[in-house]
Design a protein around this ligand. Structure first.
Ligand SMILES: Nc1ncnc2c1ncn2[C@@H]1O[C@H](COP(=O)(O)OP(=O)(O)OP(=O)(O)O)[C@@H](O)[C@H]1O
Ligand SMILES: [Mg+2]
Length: 422
């Protein structure tokens, strides 16, 4: 059965209705989408605003940190022109930030240290990796001369130009304290030097007095006893006279020993090598420890008298310690010139000790090593102690030859005339 077909007019009306329906739904979808996008944009916008606020806060915090950091910071270009400076840095130089930016950093360096600053900038430009160059300079500031430490860190390339970030540390207080300490150390050294030289003069005077008075009288007494011993009138007293003569001889020997200890005549008359050699022999004979002395590189050279005294006393104290503490069988002393150093070595094969052990209380002694170090410092030298328990001890003293050796004219003029030999 054939179906009846709809009339063309009805079909057209239906089609228009359908298309209107579709348009309505598209529009609704579009409006919905637009709302969604708008919402998304709003959220994104809120997020952007929040991010920007956070960034601004962070930037402000870093600007504050930069400006009010305890140290100065500045940025310079390759010619050390100041591009940026924080407030602490500006306060250090005593000028406003605006007045400083654009000036060369060199203008703030004390005139006599500008060469050093230019070397520092060269090092900054040449620096590639690792910790950056550091320099300490006197700075010209509104308050006068202050002292700064500059620490450089190459920063970045801006269109081919390098920038350098620098920390400016105020080290004025440290420098002043260093200077005070140096003055105090110099004064201390001068005082110790003067005390030792006064002590040495006093010892020399006492030794001379003993020699001139007691020594002469003792020699006279011995002569008289010899004459008396040969006198036939005193034949019955011969044995007793010989006894007294022997005692006088012993007294003479002891007197020699004491004057030698006070101030050895050989040191003034014949120089350090002979004096040390005699001392080591006398020490060895006196204390029953095998002692040997060697010297090298000093033939024909004289040494500054004060240095000779310091070296002699150093050796005396070192051998005294060997006798007192080491229980050694053998001790050796070496005096040598090696290149530009004068070296004194005192070595023993005794029981050794721990050189790092804490020092004794002053009332317990323990001044010997301290005195040796002080003498070394006065000569511009240094002492090394090598010692281990049961392995002996070596004292190693080095003195710059330039200090030990007098300038040529001084040798000719130096009076070494005190005579104590009887
Ligand atoms: N050659 C040595 N062998 C072993 N021990 C030593 C030697 N030299 C020094 N010492 C040790 O080092 C310590 C410090 O020596 P130092 O000469 O300073 O003081 P001291 O001899 O005890 O007293 P002082 O020298 O004031 O009379 C000694 O007490 C001793 O223990
Ligand atoms: Mg001692």
């Amino acid at each position: 059965m054939a179906r009846s077909r709809p009339s063309p007019k009805k079909t057209a009306v239906a089609s228009v209705k359908r298309s209107e329906l579709t348009k309505d739904s598209d529009r609704a979808t579009l409006v919905h989408d637009l709302h969604v996008h708008q919402e998304e944009l709003h959220v994104q916008n809120q997020q952007l605003i929040a991010a920007q606020t956070a960034l601004e806060e962070t930037r402000d915090r870093f600007v504050d940190l930069y400006d009010f950091a305890p140290n100065g910071y500045l940025t310079v270009d390759k010619d050390a022109l100041i591009l940026q400076i924080n407030l602490t840095g500006a306060a250090f130089f005593g000028r406003s930030r605006d007045a400083i930016v654009g000036l060369p950093l060199l203008a703030f360096v004390a005139r006599q240290e500008r060469g050093e600053f230019l070397d520092f900038m060269r090092a900054c430009r040449g620096h590639r990796s690792g910790p950056g160059p550091v320099v300490e300079l006197a700075a010209r500031t509104a308050d006068g001369v202050r002292h700064m430490q500059l620490i450089c860190r190459p920063w970045k390339d801006h269109a081919g130009t390098r920038e350098f970030f620098m920390a400016v540390l105020d080290i004025t207080d440290r420098k002043l304290a260093d200077a005070d300490r140096e003055v105090a150390a110099r004064e201390h050294a001068e005082l110790v030097g003067r005390l030792l030289s006064v002590q040495e003069d006093e010892r020399r005077r006492i030794a001379r007095d003993i020699h001139d008075h007691l020594g002469q009288q003792l020699t006279g007494l011995r002569l008289k006893l010899e004459q008396l011993g040969g006198d036939p009138a005193a034949a019955g007293l011969r044995e007793r006279i010989l006894d007294v003569h022997r005692i006088a001889e012993q007294l003479d020997t002891h007197l020699d020993f004491f004057t030698g200890k006070l101030r050895p005549a050989a040191l003034d008359d014949l120089g350090l090598v002979v004096a040390l050699s005699q001392f080591v022999n006398a020490w060895s004979a006196n204390f029953g420890v095998l002692g040997e002395f060697q010297s090298s590189g000093l033939d024909g050279h004289r040494i500054v008298p004060e240095v000779e005294t310091h070296l002699y006393r150093f050796c005396q104290e070192a051998l005294h310690n060997v006798y007192k503490h080491a229980m050694a069988r053998r001790a050796s002393v070496i005096l040598a010139r090696r290149h530009n150093q004068l070296i004194l070595i005192v070595e023993d094969d005794g029981r050794g000790f721990d050189p790092q052990a804490p020092r004794k209380q002053p009332q317990e002694g323990g001044l010997g090593l301290l005195g040796m170090r002080e003498r070394a410092a006065l000569m511009g030298g240094k002492v090394d102690i090598e010692s281990k328990r049961g392995k002996g001890t070596t004292l190693f003293l080095q003195v710059p030859w330039s200090i030990a050796s007098p300038p040529p004219r001084k040798i000719l003029n130096s009076p070494r005339t005190t005579k104590l030999v009887r």
